[in-house]
Design a binder for this molecule. Structure first.
Ligand code: FHN
Length: 575
């Protein structure tokens, strides 16, 4: 008899996904590749730096240049090319101190640094021989090789150095013309400079904007790169899979059979923007935990100011993340994602016979319910408190009882010890659908609902779940009308995406009894792989499932820029 369990949040998986990790047709890594990337998989956390003369304008690097982008998306941009392309003559970052930047990265708990050596705007932060549009130009007031300075400082600080390189160069006259071979030679030679003249480079972070390996001559280029830098890791943005995937501005879907790294901005823009909106600490930690428990790395981006400093408030945020990692890094560094499938509830990492359950939400009723594990648990404790966690384990699963007030936001980590080492490659989710504890969350009701998308269409899946993809609009939404007042107990979805470029906008969830007066019950980041949200009310200090309502609405408010809402496999539970 299954005990009545107050679940935190069942691991939401669509039945079709069972316990296999989310996989696609992924290349099998060679033994050399597996060995080469081990340090990176252990490192978990790196600093991304988008910098260049555009910081003087405070607009987005590359994209704010208002000119033709032959071969790429056209349109947009606010800075006329004659202004944009001459900023370098004023770019004089005299306050740039590479040792300070690497100290900030170390203090943040970061293990590697990736610098934009050249972005799409064509400006090189090193002494390239390819042209004079570079930091060492005689027209530049600065004239120091920034790539060399930062590469040397990064290694001196005991961190790994990565070079971001944009194959697109929107100033290159030959790209995607009958002289395209000249363009391929240009990027080949620039990459060879970076691989030859700056010592050990640990990561080559291409940014090819989706073009093919043929467009860039990737095969001979990678052969040259690996001959010059045999240890190097290459990402998947030069038209070939290479060493790791790179979901951007979102937490990647759980994937534990191929390395991946989410690159996400600490503010909204990649490059420096005065008064940009910066992510609060709890969101940064949620992103870090969601990335690592999904089997990935986080490359968190800052855009330094034109004088060479990283903005003090961003430095403070990085230091706060570092303080959290000093207290909780045992659950992060050197672990691997799993064995439990992650989601908005949190997730887990493991190392040998230790599992770190990382909670992002207060468990309903103080109890966490996890799928059955073939390993027998011998103990459960709070990672950072000298306190045991009561637990029960049977063939149906594991229950961890934190007590009514055991959860301390934004993240509470429980350290479980098993009799034997965890088997790599598990991503255990519950049998059946999300929130499968029918006694608590009732049954999925979305199939009974009248589902209305603001634009676009709602598709009913064979298992009754709903999938919606709206058109681009300022506030795309999905509204479910259950036809009568019910007790809404939970909402779940698998995969929520936006398509607005570089927008960090929140997802909202609201309920209503009459379709007029709405109460917002969730606002926050999304893009998380599995989205489960118990719909609860606080009674006597603890959360109880269930809120009376007839309608539920999910939306994103993009504002004038617009964007679409794409949600997979929506389930709405109600009693
Ligand atoms: O267009 C670039 C963008 O400016 C930024 O550099 C990101 C970082 O991954 N990459 C491209 C967008 O995918």
């Amino acid at each position: 008899m299954r005990p009545l369990l107050l679940a935190l949040a069942a691991l939401s998986i669509a039945p079709a996904m069972t316990s296999a990790p989310a996989t696609g047709p992924v290349p099998t890594a060679s033994p050399e590749a597996i060995k080469r990337i081990r340090w990176w998989e252990d490192a978990k956390f790196g600093l991304f730096i988008h910098w260049g003369p555009v910081s003087l304008a405070g607009t987005e690097i590359g994209w704010s240049r208002k000119a033709e982008r032959r071969g790429y998306w056209q349109g947009g941009g606010s800075v006329p090319p004659d202004r944009y392309d001459n900023l370098y003559k004023k770019f004089n970052p005299v306050a740039f101190d590479p040792a300070e930047w690497t100290a900030i990265a170390k203090d943040a708990g970061m293990k590697y640094v990736v610098l934009t050596t050249r972005h799409h705007d064509g400006f090189s932060l090193w002494d390239t021989q390819a042209n004079d549009y570079k930091i060492t130009s005689s027209e530049s007031p600065y004239r120091k090789d920034i790539v060399k300075m930062l590469a040397d400082a990064t290694r001196a600080a005991g961190l790994r150095f990565g070079a971001y390189y944009s194959q697109p160069d929107w100033l290159n006259p030959d790209a995607f013309t009958e002289r395209h071979a000249n363009y391929q030679a240009y990027i080949f030679n620039q990459v060879r400079e970076l691989m030859s003249n700056y010592g050990r480079v640990d990561i080559l972070w291409f940014d090819g904007l989706g073009k093919s390996a043929n467009d860039y001559g990737a095969v001979p280029m990678h052969k040259m790169v690996r001959e010059l830098q045999p240890q190097i890791l290459i990402n998947n943005r030069n038209g070939l899979p290479e060493d790791f995937d790179t979901p951007e501005q979102r937490v990647g879907t759980m994937q534990i059979n191929r390395p991946w790294e989410s690159c996400i901005t600490i503010c909204r823009q990649w490059a420096w923007m005065p008064n940009d909106v910066m992510k609060p600490l709890d969101e940064c930690l949620r992103i870090l935990v969601s990335t690592v428990t999904g089997g990935g790395n986080l490359l968190l981006n800052v855009g330094p100011m034109p004088d060479g400093r990283i903005e003090p408030r961003q430095v403070e945020r990085l230091r706060e993340i570092g303080a959290w990692l000093r207290a909780n890094g045992e659950a992060i560094y050197g672990t691997r994602g799993g064995p439990f499938r992650n989601g908005t509830w949190g997730g887990s990492t493991y190392r040998d016979n230790t599992i770190y359950v990382q909670l992002l939400q207060a468990p309903v009723g103080g109890k966490v319910r996890l799928p059955a594990l073939s390993h027998r648990l011998v103990s459960a404790r709070f990672l950072n408190a000298d306190r045991d966690v009561a637990f029960a384990q049977n063939d149906d699963g594991i229950t961890l009882d934190l007590g009514a007030n055991g959860f301390a936001g934004p993240v509470t980590i429980l350290k479980l010890t098993a009799e034997e080492s965890i088997t790599p490659g598990q991503a255990l989710g519950l049998k059946g659908g999300a929130f499968d504890d029918v006694s608590l969350y009732g049954t999925p009701r979305q199939a009974d609902a009248i589902a209305t998308a603001s634009t676009g269409e709602v598709v009913k899946e064979t298992d009754g779940r709903l999938t919606v993809k709206t058109k681009n609009e300022s506030k795309p939404s999905l509204t479910l009308d259950l036809g009568a007042q019910r007790e809404l107990t939970a909402f779940s979805a698998v995969g929520i995406e936006h398509n607005a470029f570089n927008s960090n906008v929140d997802l909202h969830l609201a309920i209503s009894s009459d379709g007029e007066k709405w109460e917002e019950i969730y606002r926050g980041s999304y893009g998380l792989p599995q989205w489960e949200l118990p719909i609860t009310q606080h009674v006597a200090g603890i959360q109880h499932p269930g809120r009376p309502a007839r309608f539920l609405r999910v939306w994103i408010d993009y504002g004038p820029g617009g964007g679409s809402l794409k949600i997979g496999r929506v389930s709405l539970f109600a009693k």
